[in-house]
Design a protein around this ligand. Structure first.
Ligand SMILES: [Zn+2]
Length: 473
């Protein structure tokens, strides 16, 4: 079986052959740290985490490098820092905002079961590499300096637009922005721009006296080169990044290095809608990862349910994020994990059908169908092994959800141990026998508060009342 991946660069599904199987390299564009990450941001993080896990499984955990950057210099960061901390000096306000947002992001994606990447480079720690790349591009005639800016000159590159498959004329026609007077061509894009007092600033590339800061596209080219080399295996991100961000990364890297490609395989995940609508703050359907974890549609949802729900759709398809689907995903995991409790799951090997689905361009819905089949056939060992490969714990206590009205956690009883439940049930039955109804009711309420559903039924043989119980989801 070989891994096949759909490559945006060639528009075909191809057999994946790493440049060096002992050193498989993947880059994914990470967050700009100015606000909570939303559920659309979570999609590439989860999708490429599954790919990272699969690559580690196929090539060995020590033979895969996954780089995902943190953009900590950006105009949105400057604006947000000034809004949140107006009394602090700008530099301190920006540092506080980017550090807090980055740690919130780490906590959010860890809750979604995502492994940390091998390297997580920050833009502000790679300014020297960016300046060097600009100087190379200017020296080679691909970029120019004008009015304290450095710009990439798109018509200097013969095949600019190849990744997005757009011609320069089409792109010019589509650009509605007012063109800055210092641009030679409306499509030329910023590599470096001058900073005003109070904005983050570093010494500029040669030929620019005023201090300045890098453009967004440049950081990924510089950091990918530093951590993965001039050509690497896989570059990923959301479909919205193909143009202009990834097109411009390709232009910068290929022209600076004189290479034919930046990455061999380009992978892009599809759009995410919420309840059938494009997510936007004005529509009121904007959902952050943190909201999902702490309170959305009545519950704080476990990260594993969010992860599972995301993987129900193939990564290249658009997906619609709904409360009903999330609830159904949680229920599925709840049922499966209930069956796994106590099952001998240590020795099983990874299920073949699941591996085949994943190796076919990361077909996670196919992999999930396979898990459903294993559950129905009571092949719990393989079910557990498959879940583990996809980044799931298989433990009910990990997928308790919190009722935001009552604060009650489903599965709270699991943490208390089943002994606490059976003792209470026995005490309630004796109270009933003694006709102490108040005490029986009190114990029942206690069990309900623990998230236990009880059912009384008369045993037809003995005529005695017997109580069965289960953990409420
Ligand atoms: Zn990028």
């Amino acid at each position: 079986m070989v891994l096949k991946l759909y490559n945006t660069r060639t528009r075909t599904k191809e057999e994946f052959t790493p440049l060096d199987p002992a050193n498989v390299r993947m880059y994914v564009c990470g967050p700009t740290v100015y606000d909570y990450a939303h559920i659309g941001n979570a999609r590439p993080i989860i999708v490429f985490d599954v790919l990272y896990r699969l690559l580690r499984h196929l090539y060995g955990a020590d033979h895969v490098i996954y780089a995902r950057n943190i953009t900590d210099v950006d105009d949105k960061i400057n604006a947000r820092a000034a809004e949140l901390y107006p009394d602090m000096p700008p530099e301190a306000a920006i540092r506080k905002l980017t550090e807090e947002t980055a740690s919130q992001f780490h906590a959010d994606v860890a809750a979604l079961g995502c492994l940390p990447p091998t390297v997580e480079p920050r833009a502000t720690e790679h300014i020297a590499e960016m300046v060097a790349m600009i100087e190379t591009l200017v020296d080679k005639g691909y970029a120019y300096v004008a009015e304290d800016h450095a710009l990439f000159h798109v018509s200097a590159m013969a095949d600019y637009g190849q990744l997005a498959r757009r011609s320069l004329d089409e792109m010019r026609a589509g650009a509605r922005v007012e063109v800055a007077p210092y641009k030679r061509d409306p499509m030329d894009f910023v590599l470096w721009k001058p900073s005003e007092p109070g904005e983050p600033a570093w010494p500029s590339p040669k030929g620019i006296a005023r201090p300045g800061r890098p453009g967004w596209h440049l950081e990924c080219s510089a950091m990918a080169e530093k951590h993965l080399g001039q050509i690497f295996d896989i570059h990923g991100g959301g479909i919205d990044l193909v143009f202009p961000h990834h097109e411009n990364e390709v232009a910068q890297s290929r022209c600076a290095h004189g290479t034919d490609v930046m990455a061999n395989v380009w992978m892009h995940n599809g759009f995410l809608m919420v309840e059938g609508e494009k997510m936007s703050k004005s529509l009121g359907n904007f959902v952050t990862i943190n909201q999902l974890l702490t309170g959305w549609h009545g519950y704080g949802w476990p990260g594993e349910a969010i992860r599972f729900n995301m993987l129900q759709t193939h990564y290249r398809q658009p997906t619609d994020w709904t409360a009903d689907n999330l609830d159904q995903s949680h229920k599925t995991l709840w049922d499966w994990y209930g069956a796994l409790n106590g099952a001998d799951v240590e020795t099983a090997k990874r299920p073949r059908g699941l591996m085949e689905a994943l190796e076919d361009d990361l077909n996670t819905p196919g992999a999930i169908s396979e898990l459903h089949r294993l559950y129905q056939e009571k092949r719990y060992g393989e079910l557990q092994a498959g879940l583990k490969l996809l980044g799931f714990s298989g433990k009910r206590e990990a997928i308790a959800r919190t009722d935001t009205k009552t604060g009650r956690r489903s599965g709270a009883a699991i943490a208390d141990g089943t002994g606490a439940v059976t003792d209470r049930i026995a005490a309630r039955l004796s109270a009933r026998k003694a006709k102490n109804w108040a005490e029986a009711d009190r114990i029942r309420d206690e069990l309900v508060a623990m998230g236990i559903v009880i059912m009384d039924a008369k045993n037809p043989k003995t005529g005695e009342i017997e109580t069965t119980w289960e953990i409420a989801r």
